[in-house]
Design a protein around this ligand. Structure first.
Ligand SMILES: NC(=O)c1ccc[n+]([C@@H]2O[C@H](COP(=O)([O-])OP(=O)(O)OC[C@H]3O[C@@H](n4cnc5c(N)ncnc54)[C@H](O)[C@@H]3O)[C@@H](O)[C@H]2O)c1
Ligand SMILES: [Zn+2]
Length: 341
């Protein structure tokens, strides 16, 4: 088991990694802890929550709304949850984002502990303190930055996670290596295989994300490098809802690697290494979308400044850099990852 501690502006977050959640549950007071989960996780793990009040929310991005936060608050009211209580979020990124947001709002903030159950939530969504919900057509537009008191990471949950969801987590793991740690990238290359056993990778991924976040909790500077692959990734997700987040950002990372080569940062060999690892992980490096459709979507992005856009490139594997890219060059490079013009 690894216990990591991360100091932040309001205190310290403890991350317990590699310990069974069931072993830590007895440390929570059943009369002052409310579990927030979703239908699938609730069904699979209900026996673990025995004796705890449970609030179950629906699944999917369409339910990641203020209305669901209201439902949670109503359940808190019925159960007379006060500031001495802890909200224990057990689920994927959606549960963690919504429950942490409700916990931040209820009575101006109750205790919050996150128990991520998807690989993506373990290495990304539960880490860093951002929470919130979607609003109108926009993702995560309403929310706060508030670090949870504890994060309990039990890879045992991954036994029931569908393979496609696992791959989404691997996309973020690969991202962490690319932007911050060449040795970690090489370790992912070495260990990725048929079995997809990420236990040894999770703790380091969390450390990388927390190291970036602790320098810039509110995303004024360096935290932006965590968006590597995400500008194009978000555009792909919007235009092709059949793509999961990790699949879309895999294509985004392939494009960013291509641009990094065009800017003479990465060698052709490094770009091939990146493509090869994404493919070996079972992730795509191309999209069936057309260049024109993606460019139209990118023109609506709030990071665009006239005919250029701030883009995260790699100076080398393990080191990211924000570069202003003319849209014309982006369009040229897109032709490499798009199967249609
Ligand atoms: N706050 C942040 O910094 C941050 C960062 C990245 C992503 N996110 C958010 O995270 C969300 C995506 O999270 P996600 O990919 O975990 O998706 P998710 O929460 O929708 O979970 C995916 C599916 O897996 C199921 N599931 C969860 N755990 C399971 C388990 N152990 N076994 C079987 N099934 C299980 C869920 O019920 C759901 O159907 C997005 O809304 C995104 O905006 C937030
Ligand atoms: Zn992501």
């Amino acid at each position: 088991m690894t216990l990591m501690t991360f100091p932040h502006r309001d205190g310290v977050t403890e991350v317990h990694c590699g310990v069974p959640f069931s072993a830590l549950l007895s440390s929570f007071d059943r009369r002052r802890t409310v579990v927030v989960t979703d239908t699938t996780v609730g069904r699979l793990y209900e026996r673990q929550f025995d004796g705890f009040p449970v609030v179950t929310i629906g699944e999917g991005e369409t339910g990641k709304t203020l209305a669901t936060v209201e439902d949670i608050c109503r359940s808190f009211l019925e159960r007379e949850v006060d500031r001495s209580w802890t909200a224990l979020a057990v689920g994927g990124g959606i549960v963690c984002d919504i429950a942490a947001f409700a916990a931040a709002l209820w009575m101006r903030g109750i205790h919050c502990v996150l128990v991520p159950t998807t690989l993506l939530a373990m290495v990304d969504a539960a880490i860093g303190g951002k929470n919130g919900v979607n609003f109108d057509r926009y993702k995560n537009l309403v929310g706060t930055v508030r670090q949870p008191e504890k994060i309990i990471v039990d890879a045992g949950f991954l036994k029931t996670l569908p393979r496609r969801e696992m791959l989404c987590g691997f996309a973020e793991i690969i991202k962490h290596g690319l932007i911050a740690d060449a040795a970690y990238f090489a370790e992912v290359e070495r260990t990725i295989g048929e079995e997809l056993s990420p236990e040894t990778l999770i703790a380091r991924s969390i450390e990388i994300k927390m190291a970036v976040v602790s320098q810039d909790e509110t995303e004024r500077g360096i935290r932006r490098i965590l968006n590597f692959g995400h500008t194009i990734g978000h555009a792909i997700e919007k235009l092709d809802p059949s793509r999961r987040h990790g699949e879309a950002i895999a294509v985004g990372m392939a494009l960013a690697a291509e641009l990094s080569w065009r800017y003479n940062y990465l060698s052709a060999g490094e770009v091939s290494r990146i493509h090869a690892l994404l493919l070996r992980a079972g992730l795509p490096v191309k999209t069936s979308l057309a260049v024109g459709d993606l460019m139209r979507s990118i023109r609506l992005d709030k990071k665009r400044r006239g005919e250029a856009m701030a883009f995260i490139l790699l100076e080398q594997i393990g080191k990211a850099k924000v570069v202003e890219i003319p849209l014309r060059e982006l369009e040229d490079a897109l032709a490499v990852v798009c199967e249609r013009r």
